[in-house]
Design a protein around this ligand. Structure first.
Ligand SMILES: C[S@@+](CC[C@H](N)C(=O)[O-])C[C@H]1O[C@@H](n2cnc3c(N)ncnc32)[C@H](O)[C@@H]1O
Length: 278
């Protein structure tokens, strides 16, 4: 079984985020979450009041960037992403670039976003050094991720389906994308680079009454199917049957969500950040 390389540029740019199909499947599951959170709206609330450049690093299909551009026309919002495919339909300015090597001058941005993306960066510390480097003194850094026990019911569902497919008591764990930069540890990871680190926890429950949105979410991990340790399609099919049974029995399937937003700033003094090689 090969290592589930959730940071491989080739897998990310040519498969997982070659277009926004898989990302959209994961984003759309939140339609059934209560309470629901307007994530771009929360980011807007915490952006600096002043005009200037905002970098949306790992901008994906532009969920944040689109709202920021329409509601804050005083800001120049630049999207950056490792995948040329996923940004194809995001309006300019957009740059194909790696978060760990931002091709952006020092101290030129009033805010940097890294929404649900740092866990894909092999060298998270390099990405944070670059974010701190490109921010102006007192600039705003906003990131988001999930806690380790986020959507644990999906883990249990996958493990049960995998166990049935393999004919064993306990199937292999579902791949966890966010655990490399989990909400639980994120504040400690951010503190060497930023000040005023705060966590906005966004707990909720997704309730679905049909299997499709959940199966689409599980299927969105197909880019890493070779590392699943179980036949991917057979496990998906078994998960669908188990889900059908649970929904028939209980009327719904509930998933507990533990995501959050991290808010912080660079220091007001310029000398605090040492430049990193670009
Ligand atoms: C889960 S998606 C999040 C997209 C968007 N920020 C959002 O929250 O809707 C992760 C995005 O990060 C991008 N990405 C992954 N590794 C990256 C890297 N090293 N540098 C820049 N972008 C990266 C992926 O291509 C993908 O578009």
């Amino acid at each position: 079984m090969s290592r589930p390389d959730t940071t491989s540029h080739t897998i990310l740019a040519e498969s997982a985020y070659r277009d926004d199909r898989h990302l959209a499947a994961r984003q759309s599951l939140y339609r059934w979450q209560q309470p629901s959170y307007d994530m771009p709206g929360l980011v807007l609330e915490h952006l600096p009041a002043t005009h200037g450049v905002v970098l949306d690093v790992g901008c994906g299909n532009g969920k944040y960037l689109t709202r920021l551009r329409s509601q804050r026309p005083d800001l120049t919002v630049i999207g950056l992403d490792i995948s040329a495919g996923i940004v194809a339909n995001v309006g300019p300015p957009v740059v194909v670039a790696d978060a760990a090597r931002l091709p952006i001058a020092d101290h030129c941005a009033v805010a940097v976003l890294a929404m649900h993306m740092l866990y894909h960066v092999e060298d998270v510390h390099a990405a944070l050094e670059h974010a701190a480097r490109v921010l102006a003194p007192g600039g705003t850094f906003i990131a988001s991720t999930n806690a380790r026990d986020d959507k644990k019911e999906l883990d249990d569902l996958w493990a049960a389906a995998a166990a049935d497919v393999l004919g064993v008591e306990r199937g292999p764990r579902r791949l966890s994308l966010s655990s490399r930069f989990a909400l639980d540890d994120a504040p400690d990871v951010l503190r060497p680079y930023f000040v005023d680190v705060r966590v906005l926890e966004l707990p909720g429950t997704i309730t679905v009454r049909e299997p499709e949105p959940v199966i689409a979410h599980l299927a969105s991990y197909r880019a890493w199917a070779n590392a699943a340790g179980v036949p991917f399609d057979a496990t998906l099919e078994r998960a669908r049957q188990l889900l059908d049974d649970m929904i028939d029995r209980d009327g719904a399937f509930r998933i507990s969500c533990r995501g959050g937003i991290l808010l912080c700033h660079t220091t007001e003094q310029r000398s605090a950040q040492s430049p990193v090689p670009g």
